[in-house]
Write a new protein. Structure first.
Length: 75
């Protein structure tokens, strides 16, 4: 899994959190979720994710970092 800054993320991708350095209530590293939508702002993106722990939390890329979990890979 490579760290992703959003350019290749799309709705439905399964992701694993690598880092969320600027969030006051971050998810734990390794948290898993599914991308709900990608909002492109030019030089940065917001990624809405439904996390497996029940939270819905937007990522701000490139500040936050996730890796795409390939289909068939064990969670």
């Amino acid at each position: 899994m490579d760290g992703s800054f959003g350019k290749s993320l799309k709705t439905g991708d399964r992701v694993r959190l690598i880092s969320m350095p600027n969030d006051p209530d971050p998810l734990p590293v390794g948290a898993l979720g599914v991308v709900l939508r990608v909002i492109d702002h030019g030089d940065w993106q917001q990624i809405e994710v439904a996390w497996d722990n029940g939270r819905k939390l937007m990522l701000s890329l490139p500040d936050d970092c996730v890796a795409v979990v390939p289909p068939g890979e064990s969670d």
